[in-house]
Design a protein around this ligand. Structure first.
Ligand SMILES: [Mg+2]
Length: 113
């Protein structure tokens, strides 16, 4: 699925099941909520926090994937309602990072073992 297809699929879902988009403000709050849920898993997997119950590595991976998808879903909602082409925006972002940082990370000694 391309990002354009994902935007179209989310738009279809919203119109079919969601009635309408939440406001941009509500969706921004929901985006922060989903990022928080993702962060909670990252803190437990990579940080000093621990899960209350024992989860298998596969269950943890599935949980993280689910939260990443939740983040992406809400971000796509925001892009759709603001008429932003995410695929084009991502290409522009990568191009910008390439122009700006094409030597930066190669010369960062912290990135080399
Ligand atoms: Mg979630």
């Amino acid at each position: 699925m391309t990002l354009q297809q994902a935007q179209s699929r989310v738009d279809h879902w919203i119109k079919e099941y969601g009635v309408r988009y939440f406001s941009e403000l509500t969706n921004t709050a929901l985006l922060m909520e989903e990022v928080g849920e993702l962060s909670r898993h990252i803190a437990r997997k990579y940080g000093e926090q621990s899960y209350k119950q024992t989860l298998t590595p596969q269950e943890i991976k599935q949980s993280i994937a689910g939260e990443m998808a939740d983040v992406l879903f809400v971000l796509i909602c925001l892009a759709n309602q603001m008429e932003i082409d995410l695929e084009s925006a991502l290409v522009q972002s990568i191009d910008k990072k390439t122009r700006r940082d094409h030597q930066r990370h190669k010369h960062n000694p912290k990135l080399h073992d």
